[in-house]
Design a protein around this ligand. Structure first.
Ligand code: MG
Ligand code: MG
Length: 274
């Protein structure tokens, strides 16, 4: 069942979304050479506690994970792209870090992810990060009531193809509301004009992610961290978006940061944020 939200419910989700954006901005500022992933995890725990928010990851136990997740943020480095389990690792110059965060504030969830380069960026790493950001903006632009779900998937896939990145279809976007994952899967590859019609009140987490040279994935022994099967580097960009009668409303948009220092260029591109 696809649940539509009222404007008041979307505004509740926007409150959660603004907080997710604030935390991810902080994580981006923190990401530096020598910083330990566990310090980032604890920083985020502190922010969540002070805000009285709830992590959607803590105790999350889907079929593929090995036991419940006992962290509040996913931190994935280099060839790791999804569900990276924070662990004792100090970031190195040139590392690519993906931070993915889903929180609930007053019972409403928002979910967002970003990839940044730590220290000196390699051009090819910036290229794949920008491609996922571009794909995300294209997906947002397609989240309109005259379109179908397949139009979003097709928009992401078109950007991936332009840049020459293969697309994995096992993990993609999803509907979101009171819980992080509501019952609608949004593959990052698909055909225009297919699937359910998009309706005002739909709230979706759109999340293109690519690996440079493969669409296959492997799991770490921790049962969570998902890596590109060939070890190639990865990037992931995600926003929570509401379909409205007008322009799509991005609920997790971050304030612009200096892209030159963080290799994150997406957030000043917005024309759809209200
Ligand atoms: Mg996420
Ligand atoms: Mg998500």
């Amino acid at each position: 069942m696809i649940e539509l939200k009222t404007p008041a419910e979307i505004e509740n989700m926007h409150v959660a979304g603004r907080f997710v954006a604030e935390v991810l901005s902080d994580v981006g500022r923190l990401a530096d050479v020598g910083v330990n992933l566990m310090d980032m995890e604890h920083h985020v725990r502190g922010m969540i506690e002070r805000r009285g928010a709830e992590s959607c990851y803590w105790d999350y136990a889907p079929s593929f994970g090995k036991g419940p997740f006992r962290n509040v943020i996913c931190l994935s480095v280099n060839d790791a792209v999804l569900h990276g389990l924070p662990h004792d690792y100090a970031l190195r110059d040139g590392d690519v870090l993906t931070a993915d965060l889903a929180l609930r504030v007053d019972g409403w969830a928002a979910d967002s992810a970003r990839t940044v380069v730590v220290g000196t960026p390699a051009e090819e790493d910036l290229r794949i990060i920008r491609a996922t950001e571009e794909a995300l903006e294209a997906a947002i632009e397609a989240a309109r009531p005259e379109n179908r779900l397949g139009d979003i998937s097709a928009a992401i896939w078109a950007v991936a193809r332009d840049h020459g990145y293969p697309v994995n279809t096992e993990f993609g976007g999803h509907a979101i509301g009171r819980t992080m994952h509501e019952d609608l899967h949004i593959p990052n590859k698909g055909r225009p004009g297919r699937g359910p019609k998009l309706q005002p009140g739909l709230t979706l987490a759109l999340e293109p992610w690519f690996a440079r040279t493969t669409d296959r994935i492997v799991y770490d022994p921790d049962g969570w961290t998902i890596r590109s099967a060939d070890g190639s580097r990865t990037a992931h960009s995600e926003h929570t978006v509401a379909v409205t009668t007008g322009s799509p409303l991005v609920l997790t948009r971050r304030e612009p940061q200096n892209p030159a220092t963080k290799g994150d260029s997406g957030d000043h591109l917005s024309t759809t944020d209200a």
